[in-house]
Write a protein that binds this ligand. Structure first.
Ligand code: NDP
Ligand code: CA
Length: 315
């Protein structure tokens, strides 16, 4: 029997108008093909990864928080699950597969994994979508991003949302940093173009979600934190000093041992948005001795959920 859903609570971090908040979820859902065929989660029974059940656990996690914007990585069931199911729940979406997804090397795979972006169509109108294949040192890499410009239907305000999944594993820090710089360059170009088209008086605000596969000590994190785009990382607000990232966003056990890291982030334009609330993380005890994924939780990465509101509300 499957135990109850992990209990997590929102921590209030601001005092913006709760009726106008934009809820954003960042989540590496764990590709079905990688979980069953590549990842080697030695303490997770294969039975806990059985797709016909696991898909409902993924949907349960999404529906528990009902984000207005949902940014996912390792999606290898977009066309047969995420897109049709979430469309019936009012989400419009876009999917960008990885060019050479490692899922394709798994027997009986369901196609390539990639990034997917979903938004509440009642609240937002799509202005445009860009699919990026990230470059590093002029060369195209196997990592991608989606950037969508959205218009709030109630206020007319335009902002951009990005989702990405950078190169994994240690030894690839320089590549990750170059991929991050390429994404930042593209975000600058995309927002500048919209500013011109919209005759905007100020910079187009940004929210960028991703599995950066990088601890906060890496260059790619520093480059995001100090870029000219004025981005800040929302989950620092969970810490007592407001300056420290959480101790983990992913926690798994591989043959090489425990792997407990902070790799996932929600970046936002700090001049344009306040963070009203962030969803806290389960404790080590709640996660359990076998870590993730498990019968309790369908991915090795935890979801990050934040409520944003514009610092300067229009009527
Ligand atoms: P990455 O190194 O970025 O990792 C791909 C996936 O593997 C990620 O989703 C990652 O998850 C997961 N992963 C990370 N660490 C481990 C680990 N220790 N054990 C198992 N899985 C792990 O891969 P790339 O996108 O650069 O692609 C590399 C793979 O793609 C190759 O291994 C090959 O299989 C395939 N490929 C095939 C080509 C072809 O011609 N067919 C060409 C190029 C690549 P997370 O992000 O959660 O850590
Ligand atoms: Ca993974």
């Amino acid at each position: 029997e499957r135990p109850a859903h992990l209990k997590r609570a929102f921590v209030q971090t601001g005092h913006g108008d709760a009726r106008r908040t934009i809820r954003v979820m960042q989540w590496n859902v764990l590709a079905q093909a990688l979980g069953e065929g590549m990842d080697n989660f030695v303490q997770c029974p294969l039975d806990a990864l059985n797709w016909p059940e696991r898909k409902y656990m993924i949907l349960e996690e999404i529906l528990t928080y009902k984000p207005d914007i949902l940014c996912l990585q390792e999606v290898d069931h977009y066309f047969d699950m995420f897109q049709p199911v979430l469309a019936t729940l009012g989400y419009q979406s876009s999917f960008c597969p990885k060019p050479w997804s490692p899922c394709l090397d798994v027997e009986n795979n369901n196609g390539p994994d990639g990034c997917a972006l979903f938004f509440n169509h009642k609240r937002f109108q799509l202005v445009n979508t860009t699919h990026l294949r990230l470059s590093a040192m002029m060369l195209k890499t196997n990592q991608v991003a989606i950037v969508a410009a959205l218009r709030c239907r109630s206020t007319g305000r335009v902002f951009c949302v990005g989702v990405t999944h950078l190169k994994a594993r240690s030894g690839w820090e320089v590549l990750r940093s170059a991929q991050g710089s390429d994404l930042l360059r593209n975000l600058r170009n995309i927002t500048q173009k919209i500013e011109t088209e919209e005759n905007a008086e100020s910079a187009i605000p940004l929210i960028v979600c991703g599995d950066f596969n990088a601890e906060p000590s890496e260059d790619v994190y520093r480059n995001f934190a100090t870029s000219s785009l004025g981005l800040d990382s929302a989950y620092k607000l969970l810490s007592t000093d407001g300056k420290t990232e959480p101790p983990y966003t992913t926690w798994k056990i591989r043959p090489s041992g425990e792997s407990c890291h902070t790799l996932d982030y929600v970046w936002y334009s700090h001049r344009a948005f306040d963070v009203n609330a962030v969803l806290d993380f389960p404790t080590a005890e709640q996660i359990g001795p076998n870590r993730l994924p498990s019968y309790n939780y369908p991915s090795d990465h935890l979801s990050l959920v934040c409520d944003f509101c514009f610092t300067d509300p229009v009527n």
